[in-house]
Write a protein that binds this ligand. Structure first.
Ligand code: SF4
Length: 323
């Protein structure tokens, strides 16, 4: 991975994480800026063009850093489930990614003031145990080689009683920290879906290899067949995925599995369609349900039930969550 330009807020210059990241990209041109929004939120950006050459922006997040998990997201019946925004955007390029509907551009922002996040976690923990999804608006494990942020969250979960962190990814990590409080959540899709829509992500084989390594190491693993993407031969594609999964992974060792079809806020869909032009993943004639664009109910049920029933032959149904 390389970045031709790194934009840095003046106030972010002296943070240790800034130094660490800069040491990984010595050839990059450094541009000092006063606020990340001056670059990240510029009008008339071309998301698709930026994806070909993303720029990195290092900033200080002095705004809200933790958010309650929305009902349409996955809270796994946890009372106190939050997601955090410690990076924005992703090195991968999934055509259906909601970030393309939410953000004005494809550049990646890393917030370097990690100690403020740590302080927020202490505050949250004062009211009881808390589950934090660290990769809601990014893929933190995919950024870990130059940010160390996934490592940071793992260390925090080991140190702070009551804190559980989830690292969701479409990459294929090879190193795992073993703890019930660190959940490696692997997004799995059929090879057809990965090939057509999930550009630059790890192949299904690599993801499954990584799942097996994590389980062999004794790490806590969540599998996410979510979002399931409709393709005309979806039953065969998801059937093949389930064959490969159940043949090669001991699902009894998995913490839980989530299943859910693609859904997106109606406000984001328009922009997403603009930023993924011609993609059949987002051109589907969705139905609007309470402000969210979803597949028609019958199709949703058909897709999720098929997967759930197949999985129930291999894992306790209480460990399967359908969203
Ligand atoms: S891996 Fe996740 S965050 Fe990254 S582009 Fe794909 S859907 Fe978006």
């Amino acid at each position: 991975m390389r970045f031709s330009h790194i934009y840095i807020e003046e106030r972010a210059l002296d943070y240790p994480l800034t130094g660490k990241i800069l040491s990984c990209f010595e050839g990059a041109e450094i541009v000092k800026i006063s606020h990340y929004k001056d670059i990240f939120n510029r009008k008339h950006q071309n998301f698709s063009a930026q994806e070909e050459s993303r720029k990195l922006i290092l900033a200080v997040n002095d705004s809200v850093r933790f958010f309650k998990t929305a009902p349409v997201c996955q809270d796994f019946d946890l009372d106190r489930s939050y997601y955090t925004e410690n990076a924005m955007n992703c090195v991968f390029d999934c055509e259906y990614c909601f970030l393309k509907g939410m953000y004005p551009g494809a550049n990646i922002v890393i917030f370097v003031n990690t100690e403020d996040y740590d302080g927020d976690v202490d505050e949250l923990l004062k009211s009881g145990p808390v589950h934090i999804n660290t990769s809601y608006e990014t893929d933190l494990l995919a950024l870990n080689s130059f940010t160390g942020l996934a490592d940071h969250w793992e260390e925090l979960a080991l140190k702070k009683r009551g804190l559980t962190v989830e690292l969701r990814t479409k990459s294929a990590p090879s190193r795992f920290t073993v703890s019930p409080d660190i959940i490696y959540a692997f997004s799995l899709s059929p090879s057809e879906v990965i090939g057509r829509f999930e550009h630059k992500t790890a192949s299904l084989e690599r993801r499954l290899d990584s799942v097996r390594s994590a389980l062999e190491a004794g790490a806590t693993v969540r599998l996410c067949l979510d979002p399931m993407i409709y393709i005309p031969d979806h039953k065969k594609a998801y059937g093949d995925l389930l064959d490969r999964l159940t043949d090669t992974v001991d699902l009894s060792k998995v913490r839980d599995i989530s299943i859910g079809t693609f859904r997106i806020s109606k406000d984001y869909l328009k922009q997403l369609r603009k930023n993924s032009p011609g993609s059949s993943a987002v051109l589907f004639p969705f139905e609007n349900e309470d402000g969210y664009c979803v597949y028609p109910g019958e199709l949703r049920e058909e897709m999720t039930l098929y997967v759930k029933e197949r999985l129930m032959d291999h894992i306790d149904g209480g460990k399967i969550y359908v969203f």
